[in-house]
Design a protein around this ligand. Structure first.
Ligand SMILES: NC(=O)C1=CN([C@@H]2O[C@H](COP(=O)(O)OP(=O)(O)OC[C@H]3O[C@@H](n4cnc5c(N)ncnc54)[C@H](O)[C@@H]3O)[C@@H](O)[C@H]2O)C=CC1
Ligand SMILES: O=C(CO)COP(=O)(O)O
Length: 415
């Protein structure tokens, strides 16, 4: 690891390289370059390897050349042309992002792991990292989804943190990746609130220094199970204070607000994808903006209720209303998100959302479909399906048990 005198620098890995993952690599790479006292210049990006063929109109290759016609490994092509031609075409990514197809190698020695994978792949990828990362690494989950099992519901940040024994915060907001990649202004919400650590790990370079402690809310009790497994960041690293976390993500075109409500931020991102499917269904029927607004209103109420009911100690309803990760993300997702667009197209073309996803997304993944199933499985476990009529209606439409035309009746409060 590179050092600056006695001070080490944080090494950053982006775990994921889809549409948002690659966009995240761009903005983080710009920020590590702008903050060389805090971060190593090279940003690793784990690429789920696949063979790709360069599009005929690619700006990088002569269409007649062998490279333009022969399938190539996505990671190798990325490192050659500094563009993810499959998941974020026509956007140049800074040269300090290095694509790496080996997930353990990409995360080795990194103190900051940024997870940006479709949520269904998170458990398997984390399992490959167990025992392969530095024990005091910190993670931020930019994935939108939840983790449901017979034991109940967990945030993706919890799924990551518990598998890897590290602290994991969350980043979520009204963030359509292609707009951010083009440096169009948007806001986001970062929740970062690791439990306070009593002291920093022993360091050869000196005793713990209060100004460098990376604790954020000293007033919060440390849950004993978590404090037992979490390791303090060694003193010779810059603290991961809110200021430094903000330096990692904030750009002139990407404004960051930091909060401590990891549950609220994570739930907003996950649940809005179900609402966006509902909005797409009514838009696909040609019912117009009033119908869409009705679906959004009911969806927002269910989102707030879900947090209150199932994460009562950790989520705050104000996060949904005041921060980008709540109502604002519902709005943008119901106007231009992939879940909205695919649900709308499914109704217009008389196909299922799953078929449309395969046909039009070129490998990108919807998160609303699996989240609707996961939320429904959890609500069934609780016997609470009727308390969340929109979430239940979206699930039933996906399953073929209800029609989009039934939505007004399905979401009407029952006597
Ligand atoms: N694209 C967007 O506008 C935004 C996406 N997000 C969230 O970020 C997360 C990641 O989404 P994107 O980066 O957009 O991905 P994407 O949907 O564009 O791409 C799918 C990704 O999954 C990878 N993949 C396919 N099979 C895999 C496997 N078996 N194991 C591991 N990876 C595999 C592909 O290589 C690709 O990188 C999702 O939870 C999404 O909701 C959040 C904000 C904005
Ligand atoms: O999360 C997003 C916008 O904030 C992107 O939503 P989609 O996955 O529906 O495109």
């Amino acid at each position: 690891m590179a050092t600056l005198g006695a001070q080490k620098k944080h090494r950053v890995t982006i775990v994921g390289s889809g549409n948002w993952g690659t966009t995240m690599s761009k903005l983080v790479a710009e920020n590590v370059k702008a903050n060389p006292q805090l971060f190593e210049e090279t940003v690793q990006m784990w690429v789920y390897e696949e063979e790709v063929t360069v599009p005929k109109d690619s700006r990088h290759f002569d269409p007649a050349s062998e490279l333009a016609t022969k399938p190539q490994k996505l990671s190798e092509l990325f490192n050659k042309v500094h563009e993810n031609i499959k998941y974020l075409p026509n956007i140049t990514i800074p040269a300090n992002v290095v694509a790496n197809p080996d997930v353990a190698d990409s995360c080795k020695d990194s103190t900051i792991l940024i997870f940006v994978l479709p949520h269904q792949f998170i458990p398997r990828v984390c399992d490959q990292l167990v025992g392969k990362i530095v024990p005091y690494a910190r993670a931020i989950c930019c994935t939108k989804g939840i983790d449901v099992s017979e034991k109940g519901v967990r945030l993706m940040s919890e799924a990551i943190g518990m598998r890897l024994n590290i602290y994991c915060g969350a980043l979520s907001g009204a963030n359509i990746a292609s707009e951010i990649a083009q440096e169009k202004y948007s806001e986001t919400t970062v929740a970062y609130d690791p439990p306070p650590m009593d002291s920093r790990a022993p360091s050869p370079s000196g005793s713990p220094n209060a100004s460098q402690v990376d604790l954020i809310s000293p007033s919060k009790p440390v849950p004993s199970a978590r404090s037992a497994i979490l390791q303090a960041l060694p003193i010779d690293y810059p603290p991961l204070s809110h200021t430094n976390i903000r330096r990692l993500f904030h750009r002139p075109y990407f404004h960051v607000r930091i909060v401590d409500d990891v549950a609220g931020v994570s739930l907003g991102g996950a649940l809005k994808n179900i609402i966006a499917l509902g909005a797409g269904f009514v838009d696909g029927l040609g019912w117009g903006d009033n119908a869409k607004a009705a679906v959004m209103r009911v969806g927002i109420l269910e989102m707030v209720k879900f947090g209150k009911n199932y994460f009562p100690d950790s989520s705050k309803s104000t996060t949904f209303t005041e921060e980008s990760c709540g109502v604002a993300d519902v709005v943008t997702s119901c106007m231009g998100g992939r879940n909205f667009r695919c649900a709308k197209m499914a109704i217009e073309k008389g196909k299922t959302v799953f078929e449309i996803e395969q046909e039009v997304l070129n490998g990108q993944k919807l998160q609303g479909t699996s989240t609707a199933y996961e939320v429904n499985e959890f609500l069934k476990q609780q016997g609470h399906e009727a308390d969340f009529p929109l979430f239940t209606a979206v699930y039933n439409i996906l399953e073929g048990n209800a029609k989009p035309e039934d939505i007004p009746e399905l979401i009407e409060p029952k006597e």
